[in-house]
Ligand binder design. Structure first.
Ligand code: ADP
Length: 198
């Protein structure tokens, strides 16, 4: 018996992490955020962390192989046996292919990709606020702009990869957390009942 993999997709600051965390709680599945995993590695000073730190501070993407290696380790943990919610991953088409391969190893596949869509103006605003609250090293105005650029160039094309498989659902993320979540919840429920044809 396989398990459920749900991908949250969207620009930095779209609120995908917040939505993923609520759904994770409701579905009792782990939320796997590559950003959080990388920040853990940076904090712990691991080999991965040493490579990732300057790249993250510049707003660029950490190399795919490193992210895939980290993901493979994470998916081996017991809590991911029945599946997981992915937040901030995959960020490139190569990562999307690796995710399919990693999931297939344990008989899982992507159920749905929730694209949380928010206009750029709203994002810059939200990230500037988050910078004040959380003080994350990569929330400076220059890095925010760099991350949005990287998102458009490298990550946005991932939508096409999933769209072609009938897995992409776009959700208007420019609403309250509760409003967005009620749509996330109903889309996931629908897909659980009636998955996209393979
Ligand atoms: P945000 O969604 O706000 O950009 P994240 O916490 O998801 O923040 O990511 C922060 C940084 O970590 C990214 O700018 C990037 O450098 C790195 N990162 C996170 N996930 C990935 C990934 N899947 N592939 C490559 N780099 C990643």
């Amino acid at each position: 018996m396989g398990g459920v993999a749900i991908v949250f997709f969207g620009p930095p600051g779209s609120g995908k992490g917040t939505q993923a965390s609520r759904l994770a709680q409701k579905m009792q599945l782990p939320q796997i955020s590559t950003g959080d995993l990388l920040r853990y590695h940076v904090g712990a000073g691991t080999e991965i962390g040493k490579i990732a730190k300057p790249i993250m501070e510049s707003g660029n993407l950490v190399p795919d192989e490193l992210v895939t290696q980290m993901l493979r380790e994470r998916l081996k943990q017991d809590d991911a046996i029945c599946g997981a919610l992915f937040d901030g991953y995959p960020r490139t088409t190569a990562q999307a292919r690796s995710l399919d391969a990693l999931l297939a190893e344990t008989g899982k596949s992507v159920l749905v990709v929730l694209h949380v869509d928010v206009p750029d103006e709203a994002i810059v605003d939200r990230l500037a606020k988050r910078a004040q609250i959380e003080g994350r090293a990569d929330d400076t105005p220059e890095t925010i702009r760099a991350r949005l650029r990287v998102y458009r160039e490298k990550t946005a094309p991932v939508a096409g990869y999933y769209e072609a498989q009938g897995l992409l659902v776009t959700i208007d993320g420019d609403r309250t957390i509760d409003e967005v979540f009620s749509e996330v919840d109903s889309v996931v429920y629908q897909r659980l009942v009636q998955p996209a044809p393979a």
